[in-house]
Write a protein that binds this ligand. Structure first.
Ligand SMILES: CC(C)(COP(=O)(O)OP(=O)(O)OC[C@H]1O[C@@H](n2cnc3c(N)ncnc32)[C@H](O)[C@@H]1OP(=O)(O)O)[C@@H](O)C(=O)NCCC(=O)NCCS
Length: 166
C-alpha cells in the first residue's frame, strides 16, 4: 500500500533519512551531493530550513509502512505562475509500482491548488528513466538553459508542463 504524507519542519528526521539515502543511491540524478549533507552539513537547523522553505510542499511516500519516496514542490523566484518539482526519489525496492506517479500527481494537485499554471523541473540528460517518467506525465523540453553539469559543458534539461491543459 502506498500512502502520501506531507512533512513539516518537525518531521526533519524522516526527510534526512530519505534524502541521504537518495544522494547515496542516485548521485547521478542530483545537483546536491551526499558530502554536502553529511558531516558538518548534517545539521538539524539545515534540515528544518529545507522543510521550511516558504510556500513549499514536501511529500513522502510511505510504502507498506516505510518511507520510501520523496518529492517537493517549491515556488519559482520571479515567476508567480510557476512552481518547480525537485528532490524526486523512490527507493529501489519500491520502484516500478507507480510511486513516482503518485508523487508527481500530488505535486501537480498542490501546484494547481495554489494557482500555479506551470510546473517545471530540471533533470540530468543521461537520466533516461526519469526523463521517460516526466514525458509520460506530459512534461516537455522548455529550451531553457539548465544548471551546468559536473563536466563543465553539459547542462541539465529544463522540462515543464502546462497545468491548465486539464
Ligand atoms: C525516476 C524514479 C523516481 C521513478 O520512480 P518509480 O516509482 O519507479 O516510477 P513509477 O513506478 O511511477 O514509474 C516507473 C515505471 O514503472 C511502471 N509502473 C508504474 N506503475 C506500475 C505498477 N503499478 N506496477 C508495475 N509497474 C508500474 C511505469 O510504467 C514505469 O515504466 P518504465 O520504467 O518503463 O518507465 C526512480 O527510478 C528514482 O528514484 N530514480 C533515482 C532518482 C532520480 O532519478 N530522480 C529524478 C531526479 S530528476
Amino acid at each position: 500500500m502506498v500512502e502520501l504524507r506531507s512533512l513539516e519542519p518537525d518531521d526533519w528526521p524522516i526527510w534526512r533519512e530519505l534524502r541521504q539515502a537518495a544522494l547515496a543511491e542516485a548521485p547521478y540524478a542530483f545537483g546536491s551531493t551526499l558530502a554536502e549533507w553529511q558531516g558538518s552539513g548534517d545539521r538539524e537547523d539545515r534540515w528544518r530550513a529545507r522543510l521550511g522553505i516558504p510556500g513549499a510542499l514536501n511529500v513522502v511516500a510511505v510504502v507498506d509502512g516505510r518511507p520510501a519516496g520523496m518529492a517537493s514542490g517549491v515556488p519559482v523566484e520571479h515567476a508567480e505562475d510557476s512552481v518547480e518539482l525537485i528532490s524526486m526519489w523512490v527507493s529501489p525496492l519500491a520502484r516500478g509500482r507507480g510511486v513516482a506517479d503518485r508523487l508527481i500527481r500530488e505535486v501537480e494537485r498542490w501546484a494547481a491548488a495554489r494557482g500555479a499554471t506551470r510546473l517545471r523541473l530540471s533533470v540530468m540528460p543521461a537520466n533516461v528513466r526519469a526523463v521517460a517518467l516526466y514525458e509520460r506525465h506530459g512534461f516537455a523540453d522548455t529550451g531553457l538553459l539548465g544548471d551546468l553539469l559536473p563536466d563543465g559543458t553539459g547542462r541539465e534539461r529544463v522540462m515543464a508542463k502546462d497545468l491548465t491543459d486539464g
